[in-house]
Design a protein around this ligand. Sequence first.
Ligand SMILES: [Zn+2]
Length: 340
Amino acid sequence: MRALRLVSDRKLEIAEVDAPPPPGAGEVQIRTRAIALNHIDVWGWRGMAFAKRKLPVVVGAEAAGEIAAVGAGVTGLAAGDLVVPYGALTCGECKACRQGRDNLCENVSGLMGFHVDGFARDLYNLSARLTIKVPPGIEFRDATCAPLTFATVEHMLFDNAKLEAGETVLVHAGGSGIGSAAIRLAKAAGATVITTVGDDEKAEKARALGADHVINYRQDRFEGVVRKLTKKKGVDVVFEHTGAETWNGSLLSLKRGGRLVTCGATSGPNASLNLMQLFQQQYRITGSFGFTLENVRRSLAKMEKGILPVIDCEIELAAFGEGLERLESRRVFGKIVVRF
Ligand SMILES: [Zn+2]
């Protein structure tokens, strides 16, 4: 069977490898049907991995597939079911896992596609506990954006920032995979959405997605526009994932008592923080990483209601590297999906 492996920095190869053994007790075997590309793939591919791993490693951190076989003792899943995998190998037994907070697992043994082999291969075995059934009527290309993209946004906006109907949220990089998902999910929750983009074409697309106000950050200082739009009050929530370039402006965009949630630093990881501003303005700043199994289920339930990811394009497995280059240079609007 095929497996797309990272062999050295920026070098991918499609290898012929042995198929996995039949699934063990409590496991299922999944046939991959689609992969969605994410910034974590870019970090891994260009050699910025911040943890130990051994190359070659099979890439692919977000996927959808169908059950090929089930192991002993597995209930609720059967051959032919459309499923998505939870891509972090959590233990299922520690206190955090038992509370359903897998992204705080004390014994996590790696992120698939990053530290350990991922999903860009025809078949793999996975714990049934980490396998989530997709409701009927959702296509592979959409479902594949649930177990990382949508779930990350769900966790950020609703578990961490506690965004509510009637509130205003600033979403950075509305053309990115998670930015476009955040616009859709925040609008569906009844929030007013202000978003930033880097060019006019993306601005038009962000408006078409439902963003109430779109700011071209290359033309205007976004924090100034946000203060004008909110009559100098600021927004309730800032959805951050761009990091160094936007950090100070993001804080200046918040209202008193506002919440900032961040899951990324694509423009750089180091920023300063004025502590006077932090306590006087009573900001709440939350770091968010990963998501729970419940976030994936909620994401799929929203897709079932028609809240779908924005797909930039679908590509073949051999074009995976080109897809990462486009993502790295931000020449995308929404998600790049790899067909299997
Ligand atoms: Zn655990």
